[in-house]
Write a protein that binds this ligand. Structure first.
Ligand SMILES: Nc1nc2c(c(=O)[nH]1)N[C@H]1C(S)=C(S)[C@@H](COP(=O)(O)O)O[C@H]1N2
Ligand SMILES: [Mo]
Length: 221
């Protein structure tokens, strides 16, 4: 057999093993969760007496439809006004301290959805990259070409999450796998799905996909 061909097979098997491991690593990392209450593996429909929305049943209104992201190749890039540019794998992000928040998303179209989101703090990711003085804006880039931005200060103060789970289930292609920005208190178009790059910037006038088409850049709900 051609040596290059066997090398390719070897690589594919190795990647299968690595991606197969992501679910077990996922469970092993549960102890880093806050709050520590283990919710098991099933989807949950209620949390603290509140009914949660089934996001899979919501109509997807994204600009290009659901994106298929391969975790073996996925890297979350943190660049721009940083000292240490980061390229984090899916497992590296999941290995960070995790938190849960019960939050409602409000879309400008008039609908809303409540979810229990689990993920890591954008602020913790930025600590790895060491943000340069003068930065005031975060520009979020997604796999479908979509972008949106938020003030750096607000992201840190509100402890904004980058979620990998909704209602105790790993995100699906529909809901933004591998990560959705949980832009608490901001309208839905700031909740970037299929996130792959956080650009640290000093351009506070930056306008993302919907913002450059007339939607309010503050997007406060
Ligand atoms: N990458 C990407 N993220 C996106 C969008 C998009 O088109 N592409 N649409 C936004 C809009 S307008 C809304 S209302 C929310 C919907 O999020 P949901 O699918 O979790 O309900 O996703 C936001 N994030
Ligand atoms: Mo939206």
């Amino acid at each position: 057999m051609d040596i290059r061909y066997s090398a390719v097979i070897f690589l594919e098997v190795a990647m299968l093993i690595v991606s197969g491991c992501s679910s077990s690593a996922d469970d092993n990392n549960r102890q880093t969760l806050q709050p520590t209450k283990d919710l098991g593996r099933v989807a949950i429909k209620k949390y603290q007496g509140q009914r949660l929305t089934d996001f899979e049943k919501l109509r997807d209104n994204s600009i290009q439809g659901p994106q298929e992201v391969d975790t073996a190749e996925y890297r979350l890039i943190i660049d721009g006004l940083v000292t240490v540019r980061q390229e984090l794998s899916y497992l590296q992000v999941l290995g960070m301290e995790r938190y849960q928040k019960l939050i409602t998303l409000h879309c400008v179209e008039g609908w809303s959805a409540k979810g229990l989101f689990e993920g890591v703090l954008v602020g913790d990711i930025l600590k790895l990259a060491v943000v340069n003085p003068g930065a005031n804006t975060l520009i979020f880039h997604a796999a479908d070409g979509y972008t949106s931005s938020l003030p750096l200060r607000a992201v840190l103060d509100k402890k904004i999450l980058l979620a990998h789970k909704i209602n105790n289930q790993t995100l699906t292609a529909r809901s933004g796998f591998p990560f959705q920005l949980i832009a608490e208190d901001k309208l839905g178009y700031k909740w970037v799905k299929w996130l792959r790059r956080i650009e640290v910037s000093s351009d506070s006038t930056y306008r993302g996909f919907w913002e450059s088409r007339g939607y309010d850049n503050k997007a406060d709900y």
